[in-house]
Design a protein around this ligand. Structure first.
Ligand code: ZN
Length: 245
């Protein structure tokens, strides 16, 4: 089985379209959605419609999904995030709002190998930024390969016994799950990368080979920025896409 890992698409239809086209060259795959389909970007309905037409093997909700569909308030959001959440809530069709409301809380075990969550397995909203967060997340994971998002930055950590190792994630990085070891991996964000690389990020899991590969792909950033400006969303949301921050 092959899974296409998509996290933090954030209503960026241009990035999603490029990722799906690029991922197609690796063969057929079912989709794993790690949350935050919407928020920040200009086309929430376009993204949800597209995703609903795909073969989704498992999906969890993100904090922006929760706020956009009214399950949660935007008190914890900064001004730009709150404004985009309000605009998203207004724009969503009833059908797509219901879809977001129905997204399950992570973590979710996909099979014997893979588990997905938005922030961490112990808290869907927690951010993994440093080694302590990562080790705690790994210890609470129920599968050897735990995939997460939320920070919008690629990260790979493995643990075998007490030995913990961070490995740099670069485009094409492959991680093979060794017997007895656990892995915590963020492939990065499709629609709003924050690691200084503006290209859209995604991953592919090959369960037979027990490995995951991380990819980056160029997409028409200027088109996504133009949509954000046309929708009257904060300029900062357009600018950051160009910076990958
Ligand atoms: Zn996000």
């Amino acid at each position: 089985m092959r899974y296409l890992v998509l996290s933090d698409i954030h209503a960026n239809i241009d990035a999603l379209t490029s990722v799906l086209a690029d991922a197609g060259r690796h063969g057929d795959a079912e989709i794993l959605l790690l949350g935050d389909l919407v928020g920040y970007g200009a086309d929430p309905n376009g993204v949800i419609d597209r995703v609903r037409g795909l073969r989704v093997a498992a999906a969890v909700r993100g904090n922006h999904d929760r706020v956009a569909c009214g399950l949660d308030g935007a008190e914890d959001f900064n001004d730009a995030a709150r404004e985009s959440a309000d605009r998203t809530a207004e724009a969503l069709t009833d059908d797509n709002r219901e879809y977001l409301r129905g997204l399950p809380v992570g973590p979710l075990a996909v099979d014997d190998l893979v588990e997905i969550c938005h922030g961490t397995p112990f808290d869907e909203d927690a951010y993994v930024f440093d080694e302590m967060d990562a080790v705690y997340a790994l210890r609470t994971a129920s599968r050897p390969l735990c995939l997460f998002g939320h920070t919008h930055s690629p990260l790979a950590l493995s643990m075998a016994g007490d030995e913990v190792a961070f490995t740099a994630v670069t485009p094409g990085s492959t991680f093979r799950v060794k017997d007895g070891a656990r892995y915590l991996i963020n492939v990065g964000s499709v629609g709003q990368p924050r690691d200084g690389d503006a290209r859209a990020a995604y991953g592919i899991v090959d369960t037979e080979r027990r490995e995951i590969t991380c990819y980056r792909v160029e997409y028409p950033v200027d088109q996504a920025q133009a949509r954000i400006r046309a929708a009257g969303l904060p300029e900062a949301l357009a600018r950051r896409l160009g910076l990958g921050r």
